[in-house]
Every structure is written in structure tokens, then in C-alpha cells.
Design a protein around this ligand. Structure first.
Ligand code: HEM
Length: 403
């Protein structure tokens, strides 16, 4: 399998194509001067047009956290908090300790390990801070879907943080530092923990698999495509309430439980028809390799569509949805065994788009009418967050909203 770093630096689904200065450094010293593998020394950039953690290659570990501002905390406290959080994120992403001599030491000896910290604002943030005039309509509540079984306590929130790292200790270190920064200004509303495959686990960089065993991420828009930016990021010239969102993106977060006991009883051939792709290599059932386009009109010898009418990949394909596109960048989760004895496991589905009404919403509406995958899923929590553009040098995240 060669060196640990080769696959890590080249990245997974998003990595091969992104390459736009997302990462710096390939090998470097740790705090004590010894050489780190490139997994440890890979550094994501805190400053830039977009926040890190959107086109950054999937990391092996993730934490999602939502916070609510404390009673009595308003715009002033929120501004101070975003300043503290930004300073911490900048230091930690560079592999340095958190400020103030209060570092917990959890990440000592490790490099930045591709740490990203991504910040977002929920709908309720704007009322609490007197900023409703600057609340984008894109943040309006997502419609209800028939298959939703949402837990409001684990949904939404004033503020959202996505932490990703290729090292579990580095990720937890960031989580603790950011929680402590919240101080009296905000309280954790919910937290979710996820994972992906570790860099270097496969002989070459490959699209990740989810807990159903499927190759997942193939159809994602690629940063090299001409319309990528337009679909995923709010444009530079954005005006009106969302002028401050230029370079930003909207994140839809869904905790999707997989009914794995049911799924695993399904024979392979039926599992493949649920998606419309082969399990072994993710290639369409109509032939070719993983990157071959689906042939949605191809009939089999039995006179039926080879990729069934209700196959997940057919229903979610942009060409079936007026071009609706999103960048899916999930983590898997496993929180042990639920009271009913089934695994509490699935996908922390995170998708990124310039406008949820042109990304997640139309596609989920169609899936909700009954794709073949839905019987094996349960949407248990939901969030929608405005994730502003990346901070320029000297700026903190969200400065263009808060000042
Ligand atoms: C494609 C799995 C939920 C939207 C796929 C593929 C798999 C998959 C295996 C084919 C490979 C690929 O292109 O990535 C899952 C699982 C889900 C889930 C296991 C839940 C646990 C969703 C949801 C949405 C969605 C909630 C959006 C509302 C898409 C899109 C594609 C896709 C847009 C790409 C279609 C294309 O470009 O042709 N999904 N999916 N998926 N899925 Fe899902």
C-alpha cells in the first residue's frame, strides 16, 4: 500500500479535482522538529475566498456542532465569539496550540492533519442579534418532507461548526478548544461525530464508500467544471440581504439513519438496482467504469429499463431535476445500538450549494416521493446554515455580516 501520505495529499473524491490551493505543505516537522508524514503535515488554509472544509478532500474524522447564543447574548457577544473562534481556528489549522496558554495538549506531537473548521449561521441567529434585515431568504426553513422523522433538539441552531481532520485527536482537540471559547456566550445545542476512510487505506485515491458499502460521491460536481462556482458558491456581486455572503455557500445537514439490518438482507443484485450502480466499483448498471455517464434510456433484454425508474442515481441526477446540483461532502456515523437493537448508524449528509432551492430541496422532494433507497433511510435531524466566504488576512469569519 505504499506511503500513508500519497493518497492523503491527493485526496479522495474531491481532492483530485480541487487542487486550488486548498492545501499547503506536504511534509514538515512536528513541534519537536522530527519529520511528520504528509497526513500529519497537510495544512488547509484558513484565509481565502471560501472557507476550508467545502472543497477540501473528505477527512477521516468529523464533528458537527450547533450552538445557541446564551440568554441575553446578542450581536456584541456574537461578534466577540466569532473573533475568538477565528483566532483559534487559524492557530489550530496551522498546527499551533490554541491561544492563551490554555491549550489542552491533546494534539501535541501531531501536525495540522488537514484540520478544517468551518463556521455557519442558522436562521435563528439573525433575530437574536438584531440582524434580520440581513437574513438571506435562502435561509428560510426547508419544507417538510413526508419521510421526515426530525428531532428538533438535534436540528438547526444559531451557529454551526463543522470540524474535519485526518486525525481523531486533532479533531477532538479542536472541538474542545472551540467549545471552551464559547464561554458564557453560547451553549452547545447538539453535537454529531462522524468518520470517513483514512487516507492511505486504499492503494490509490478512490471515492469513499458509505456504511451501505456503496461508492458514494461519484456524481458530485467537480471544481474543474465551468459552472462549479456558480452552483456551489454565492457570487461576488451578490446584493441585497445576502451581500455579505459573497464567496459563501449554504450547507444542508441531515442526520440520515440507515436501516442497515434491512439493507443487508437485500441480495447484491437488488442492492445495485436500488442505486443504479454496481457495488464493486460504482459503475453504472448500463456499463463502463465509475466515471461513465448513466445511460438512463437503455433497455435490458427483458424490455425494462436497466437503471430502474426509481433508482436513487436516476432520480437524483441533475438532468432529471432541471440542473439542480449540490456538492455532497458527508461523514458516516455510528453511535452504538439503538434501544430497538438496531445499529444507530448512517450518514451525516452535508451538501453545499449557492441556493438550497436549486440544490437540496428539489432533489429531496423527488426522492421523498419514493426512490428505491428511501425505505432503508430515516431522516432524523436537519439543519440549514449560511456559511460565509473565507476571511481575508486580518479578518474574522462573518466579519462582513457582524460589522
Ligand atoms: C448519488 C447514496 C442521500 C443526492 C448517490 C449515489 C449513492 C448515493 C451510492 C451514487 C454515487 C454518486 O454519484 O455519488 C446515498 C445514500 C444516502 C443518500 C446512502 C442517504 C443515506 C441523498 C440525499 C440527496 C442525495 C438526501 C439529496 C437530496 C444525490 C445526488 C447524487 C446521488 C445529487 C448524484 C446523482 C448524479 O449526479 O447522477 N447517492 N444518497 N442523496 N445522491 Fe445520494
Amino acid at each position: 500500500l505504499g506511503t500513508v501520505g500519497a493518497a492523503g495529499a491527493a485526496g479522495l473524491a474531491l481532492g483530485a479535482a480541487s487542487g486550488a490551493g486548498v492545501y499547503a505543505a506536504a511534509a514538515g516537522p512536528s513541534a519537536d522538529g522530527t519529520a511528520l508524514t504528509s497526513v500529519g503535515s497537510t495544512e488547509a488554509m484558513f484565509h481565502g475566498k471560501h472557507q476550508a472544509g467545502i472543497t477540501t478532500p473528505l477527512q477521516a474524522r468529523g464533528h458537527l456542532l450547533a450552538f445557541d447564543l446564551a440568554p441575553g447574548a446578542g450581536r456584541k457577544e456574537a461578534t466577540a465569539l466569532l473573533r475568538r473562534w477565528s483566532a483559534t481556528a487559524r492557530a489550530l489549522m496551522a498546527g499551533k496550540p490554541a491561544d492563551g496558554g490554555q491549550d489542552t495538549g491533546i494534539a501535541l506531537d501531531a501536525g495540522p492533519s488537514s484540520l478544517t473548521v468551518t463556521f455557519g449561521f442558522g436562521h435563528s441567529f439573525f433575530g437574536r442579534t438584531g440582524l434580520t434585515a440581513r437574513r438571506p431568504t435562502e435561509l428560510d426553513a426547508l419544507p417538510a418532507f413526508s419521510a421526515d422523522a426530525l428531532d428538533p433538539k438535534r436540528s438547526n441552531g444559531d451557529l454551526w461548526i463543522q470540524i474535519g481532520s485526518d486525525d481523531a485527536l486533532v479533531a477532538f482537540h479542536a472541538l474542545r478548544a472551540l467549545q471552551k471559547d464559547a464561554g458564557d456566550a453560547a451553549r452547545v445545542r447538539w453535537q454529531m461525530n462522524g468518520f470517513n476512510r483514512s487516507p492511505g487505506a486504499t492503494a490509490r485515491p478512490m471515492t469513499a464508500r458509505n456504511l451501505m458499502g456503496q461508492v458514494d460521491g461519484t456524481g458530485n460536481p467537480k471544481p474543474s467544471e465551468p459552472d462549479f462556482d456558480r452552483r456551489i458558491f454565492v457570487p461576488d456581486g451578490a446584493s441585497g440581504p445576502q451581500a455579505w455572503m459573497a464567496g459563501g455557500s449554504y450547507a444542508v445537514v441531515r442526520r440520515i439513519r440507515m436501516l442497515l439490518d434491512d439493507w443487508e438482507k437485500l441480495p447484491l443484485e437488488k442492492q445495485e438496482r436500488v442505486i443504479g450502480r454496481r457495488k464493486s466499483d460504482g459503475a453504472p448498471l448500463t456499463g463502463g467504469s465509475e466515471t461513465t455517464e448513466l445511460d438512463l434510456n437503455k433497455m435490458g433484454p427483458d424490455g425494462k429499463l436497466v437503471i430502474p425508474d426509481n433508482a436513487h442515481a436516476r432520480i437524483s441526477a441533475p438532468e432529471q431535476n432541471g440542473g439542480a446540483a449540490m456538492l455532497r461532502r458527508p461523514f458516516s456515523f455510528h453511535d452504538g445500538i439503538a434501544p430497538d437493537g438496531t445499529p444507530d448508524a448512517g450518514l451525516l449528509f452535508i451538501c453545499w450549494q449557492a441556493d438550497p432551492l436549486k440544490g437540496f430541496v428539489p432533489v429531496q422532494r423527488k426522492l421523498d416521493r419514493g426512490d428505491a433507497l428511501s425505505p432503508f433511510l430515516r431522516h432524523e435531524a436537519s439543519g440549514l446554515f449560511a456559511v460565509p466566504g473565507g476571511p481575508a488576512e486580518g479578518e474574522y469569519v462573518g466579519q462582513r455580516l457582524l460589522e
